[in-house]
Write a protein that binds this ligand. Structure first.
Ligand code: F6P
Length: 353
């Protein structure tokens, strides 16, 4: 049966690259005479059957725009009374032949279940600034987020050097440390704290002191989800997907206090937070978003439902949604070893006059 009408939704945290991906789907499907609808605010829009026509003219110039023109939410149909039935009904009400769901592990986890349990015709597009989806080498949103964080880190170093201070930058990234890792490497941080391993306070203080002695400032990059082993008894707030909401952990402030105490140096910190999620996508994210969007449209045309588009090497290929959402991709030992080499080697190096 030929595909005539396809809906697109974006769910979970927004990130730069979503608009290029939406544009890719719409333009490719328009070539085959397929009509697109934009679902409002992720799975919420599918539960409430709220969608608007999305024509090539609507997406012509969105390739360089941050955020998502469709809006998003962290709504989980499996946590709403009758939510899944309502999503299934929306396929009928809106006469949808397919749905392209763009999201991270949560949004795509729902898509995988809807396909597995209800055989609903869904295709997935991976997005997340956290870069923590295991079936794909990179997700769009990550490059922009890390690029913004590198800029912030280098700004902090400038002011840190002027004042002879240690600077701490806290970045987002939920339960995977990719953003902190890439920011730390690219900004030549003296220490990087990742959720993948507990913070070794003595090691951090020693490296910070060595860097400060050599260069009159030191930079620490920390992920918002690091284990500081002093969360004692604090009640965790969870979202609809069961993830801890990390907004009030105060990682930067707590690291500042620890570093001040252990090194005796003056320390200041900054939290970059949602700034990383806004703004124009980088070149990499525009191209990746466009490629995965076009490929998702092609999977729809080929009737390959239950699949997600993935970047493997330089190729954009289909993988099963089930496989893609089975396991979170966290920073592996090889990356940790590289990071440790760099911070050890960089520690005592003086900057050439
Ligand atoms: O998953 C993307 C992400 O930006 C995480 O890095 C962060 O922990 C979370 O979203 C923040 O979510 P919210 O925008 O709901 O505060």
């Amino acid at each position: 049966m030929p595909v005539k009408r396809v809906a697109i939704l974006t769910g979970g945290g927004d990130c730069p690259g979503l608009n290029p991906a939406i544009r890719g789907v719409v333009l490719r499907l328009a070539q085959e005479g397929v009509e697109c609808l934009g679902v409002r605010e992720g799975w919420k829009g599918m539960i409430e059957a709220k969608a608007d026509p999305l024509a090539p003219a609507d997406v012509a110039w969105i390739v360089g725009k941050g955020g998502t023109v469709l809006g998003t939410s962290r709504t989980n149909p499996y946590k709403k009374e009758g939510g899944v039935d309502k999503v299934a009904q929306t396929f009928k009400t809106l006469k949808l032949d397919a749905l392209v769901a763009m999201g991270g592990e949560d949004t795509l986890g729902v898509a995988a279940k809807l396909f597995g349990e209800r055989k609903l015709p869904v295709v997935g597009v991976p997005k997340t600034m956290d870069n923590d989806l295991s079936a794909t080498d990179y997700t769009f949103g990550f490059d922009t987020a890390a690029t913004v964080a590198v800029d912030a880190a280098e700004r902090l170093r400038d002011t840190g050097l002027s004042h002879r201070r240690v600077m701490v930058l806290e970045v987002m990234g939920r339960h995977a440390g990719w953003v902190a890792l890439f920011t730390g490497i690219a900004a030549a941080a003296d220490y990087v704290c990742l959720p993948e391993r507990p913070v070794d306070v003595k090691d951090m203080a020693a490296k910070v002191k060595a860097a400060f002695a050599a260069r009159k400032t030191a930079l620490v990059v920390a992920s918002e989800a690091v284990d500081l082993s002093d969360d004692g008894g604090k009640k965790k707030e969870l979202d609809e997907f069961g993830h801890e909401v990390l907004k009030d952990r105060g990682v930067a402030e707590r690291l500042t206090a620890v570093l001040q105490k252990e090194t005796g140096l003056e320390v200041r910190s900054a939290v970059i937070g949602h700034i990383q999620r806004g703004g124009a996508p980088t070149l990499f994210d525009r191209i990746l978003g466009t490629r995965v969007g076009v490929k998702a449209a092609e999977l729809v045309l080929a009737g390959r439902f239950g699949d997600m588009v993935a970047l493997r090497g330089n190729d954009v290929v289909p993988v099963s949604l089930k496989e893609a959402t089975a396991k979170l991709k966290t920073v592996d030992p090889a990356w940790l070893a590289l990071l440790d080499q760099l911070t050890a080697l960089g520690g005592k190096a003086k900057v050439a006059a």
